[in-house]
Design a protein around this ligand. Structure first.
Ligand code: RB5
Length: 150
């Protein structure tokens, strides 16, 4: 499994701690930045990681900012990305089971490093249920493609 990870300055420390956790779990990743606590613009880093996931170069993305919100908005504008802000275990599990999310977003001011690692573990190990949820995920793609839903 290969992970694309990115953050802005507001979650630089959380990114470093999640990277350590991925290394401990022997999960490969590529860090798309940022690379220091110097102030940067979160959409760029969310875009770099999310577009690499959308191109199929990585299985999942982990994208972080102070709140998780801004990066999720940026990532969800990339075609093929289903990014979910997760703040607890249930959300991390359900967004994989029902939404087939391919990016987890978290906020450094929202989750502790320990909880973030737990949410990453759940997100990466939970499968998509398919069935009726496939139809709903397909409808998300229809919206993305500008199709009118009735
Ligand atoms: C940066 O100050 C902050 O706005 C950013 O990390 C993020 O939380 C935006 O949604």
């Amino acid at each position: 499994m290969k992970i694309a990870i990115a953050s802005d300055h507001g979650a630089f420390e959380l990114k470093e701690s999640i990277k350590k956790h991925l290394e401990d779990c022997k999960i490969g990743y590529n860090d798309f930045g940022c690379y220091s606590k110097e102030s940067v613009d979160y959409p760029k880093f969310a875009y770099l990681a999310a577009s690499a996931v959308a191109r199929g170069e990585y299985d999942f993305g982990i994208i972080l900012c102070t709140t998780g919100l801004g990066v999720s908005m940026a990532a969800n504008k990339v075609k093929g990305i289903r990014a979910a802000v997760c703040t607890n275990e249930m959300l991390a599990e359900m967004t994989r089971r029902h939404n087939n999310a391919n990016v987890i977003c978290m906020g450094q001011k929202v989750v502790s490093p320990e909880l973030a690692n737990k949410l990453v573990d759940i997100f990466l190990s939970t499968g998509f249920e398919g069935g009726r949820h496939s139809r709903r995920v397909d409808l998300l793609t229809d919206i993305e493609n500008g199709k009118q839903l009735s």
